[in-house]
Design a protein. Structure first.
Lengths: 307, 289
């Protein structure tokens, strides 16, 4: 075969993407290796994240140097992540469904593009600006009217901000799907005497269900990895599991972002390694969730259902 | 039911259905309002408090602790974004060319899958990866080049997919015509396909630019923070950036820091919204033309 330098060059460029992804996984695994060995499976089930005495002489455990008293457990962050993302989904799904249905069916075609553009614009607002708005508007509101302890920082605030950030993902997925429902299906439902709302709820929604679920899982993937907005409004709870909607929490992502200083002061580097292990766990969680979303939205399952 | 003698009186069930439908529509409408209201409020709050904090010295003075101006942060964001784009554009567009023009095999679909995976990876994970490899491993310290490379890793897959999508809009007959005239692969791509798809690629580049201006998480562990403006070094010099000001200054107790945070948020929002609205309006105009 003839050698084609141009094709080889662009192939090389595109191979950099898998290379980068593999490098991310590889170096996180390599770097966190000692931490994985030191923490064992307790890492996932323990509540305490204790850096140990950073100024004491390092002690050797299983042949690994760690600060005396160091203990790393990420259960609090796993619970915080799942709780905040779960509540965010519970808030976001009904809102997004209402918005998408209203846009698809009631809003006249002339102004629909403008309104759906506004919905899309929510998705491009930087995370840190959502956090700023959360601190300036939402935290005082919740602290004043809802929270029994008077602090607006906590699980509920983080969940609401997350919900706002992910609604556009669900809403635009659903809107696209609703607009693609064939005219015949709608008209036959109308002909049976269904009210307009029944046409949507009973004839159209079942057709787009798989796509909707795909959009929700995609939104979940985004919520799980969201860092800045959560970091700013979650209250940064450590070493204690949330007990109410107003408890301070940390998610995996927000905890990693908040630990820069402590990571830098550890002479044995063990906390940096443990943070790498956390980042690795987060990577695999989002990978699994995004793969599910891909499977659901790609139509691999949908086609089978319709046939 | 005296309005029309032809109409049958409504049965109880029919009335119930009509009431349920009406309630359903009201709830849907409320959903749309609740989804859009926060966006409006964000724009109003950030716009109002951001403009209130504006003064000429924002653009001329460095931040001193949590006071002063924003010169170093504005410059830092511009420089980091510029170098991220310089790294990402050739790589992303090149990868997109491969995926669109020659990517019909299994390898290409594997690349597509991994590219989507990289896009879905939380940016803090990428930032932490860079911290381990570049800051600790290579010993670069908090630096411009580490920050730019991290942002580039984030936006290359994005650019690749957008480039691929826009190149595929170019009709195949144009490629065939060029090949028939004896053009080489590179000539077909650079002289025929890319120019025809230039607006799509430009759109992707602008959206990627907006993403990198608004990012914070990947920069925390790579750019650090500095109260000084950039001295021209690529390594061993922490950089200031606007989103850091938003994130940390709002936690300070004094009103001056809050004003700076809102001014920074206003600048970031301005860039992000102008690019995104501009791109969307331009795309729609093209569709209807």
């Amino acid at each position: 075969m003839k050698l084609r330098p141009f094709r080889l060059a662009v192939l090389g460029l595109s191979l950099l993407i898998p290379a980068a992804l593999c490098a991310v996984v590889l170096f996180l695994v390599l770097y966190s290796g000692e931490a994985i060995f030191f923490n064992g499976l307790h890492f996932l089930t323990q509540i305490n994240w204790n850096l140990g005495n950073l100024y004491g002489d390092p002690v050797v455990v299983h042949g690994i140097q760690v600060p005396p008293g160091a203990n790393y457990g990420m259960l609090v962050f796993i619970v915080g992540t799942l709780a905040s993302s779960g509540i965010a989904i519970l808030i976001a799904v009904p809102l997004a469904m209402g918005a998408a249905i209203f846009l698809a069916e009631i809003i006249p075609q002339k102004i629909r593009p403008m309104l759906s553009m506004l919905v899309e614009l929510i998705a491009v607002v930087p995370s840190v600006v959502f956090g700023l708005w959360g601190i300036a508007v939402l935290v005082p509101l919740i602290g004043h009217y809802l929270a029994p302890n008077g602090s607006g920082y906590g699980l509920l605030t983080a969940s609401i901000v997350l919900a706002l950030m992910i609604t556009p993902i669900i809403a635009s997925t659903l809107l696209d799907a609703l607009l693609q429902v064939p005219k015949e299906n709608r008209e036959s439902a109308f002909a049976l005497g269904a009210t307009h709302f029944e046409v949507v709820a009973k004839a159209m929604m079942p057709m787009v269900r798989t796509t909707l679920i795909g959009g929700i899982v995609l939104a979940l993937g985004r919520a799980l990895g969201e860092t800045m907005a959560v970091l700013m409004v979650s209250g940064g709870g450590l070493n204690i599991l949330p007990t109410s909607l107003f408890s301070p929490i940390s998610t995996i992502a927000s905890f990693v972002a908040s630990q820069l200083d402590s990571a830098e002061t550890d002479p044995t580097n063990m906390s940096v390694r443990a943070l790498a292990e956390i980042a690795l766990v987060l990577f695999f969680i989002t990978l699994a969730v995004n793969a599910c979303a891909k499977l659901l939205t790609s139509g691999a399952l949908r086609v089978r259902k319709r046939a | 039911m005296s309005v029309s003698a032809l109409k049958m009186p409504r049965s109880a069930q029919e009335t119930r259905r009509l009431i349920i439908s009406a309630i359903g529509w009201v709830l849907c409408g409320a959903g749309l309002v609740l989804v859009l209201a926060p966006l409006v409020d964000i724009v109003v709050v950030v716009g109002w408090r951001g403009i209130a904090a504006f003064s000429p010295h924002l653009f001329t003075e460095n931040t001193t602790g949590a006071n002063g101006g924003l010169y170093n942060a504005i410059e830092g964001t511009l420089v980091i974004t510029l170098f991220a784009m310089l790294i990402a554009l050739p790589l992303g567009v090149g990868a997109g060319i491969h995926l669109s023009e020659y990517g019909k095999d299994k390898l290409a679909s594997a690349i597509r899958f991994m590219s989507d995976t990289l896009t879905g990876t939380p940016s803090i994970v990428l930032g932490y990866f860079s911290y381990i490899v570049m800051i600790i491993g290579f010993g670069w310290g908090f630096s411009l080049i580490a920050a730019s490379i991290t942002l580039a890793i984030m936006i290359v897959p994005y650019l690749a997919r957008i480039t691929e999508l826009s190149l595929q809009q170019v009709p195949n007959s144009m490629r065939e015509a060029a090949y028939a005239l004896g053009a080489k692969d590179s000539n077909v791509v650079f002289k025929v396909v890319l120019p025809a798809a230039s607006s799509g690629v430009l759109t992707g580049a602008l959206l990627a630019l907006a993403i990198s201006v608004g990012e914070t998480a990947p920069l925390i562990y790579t750019a650090g923070w500095s109260n000084y403006s950039w001295s021209g070094q690529f390594t061993h010099e922490p950089m200031a950036y606007l989103t850091y000001v938003i994130w940390t200054f709002i936690d300070q107790p004094d009103a001056k820091s809050h004003a700076l945070a809102f001014a920074a948020a206003f600048l970031v929002m301005l860039v992000v919204l102008v690019i995104n609205i501009g791109v969307r309006v331009a795309i729609r105009r093209k569709k209807f033309a």
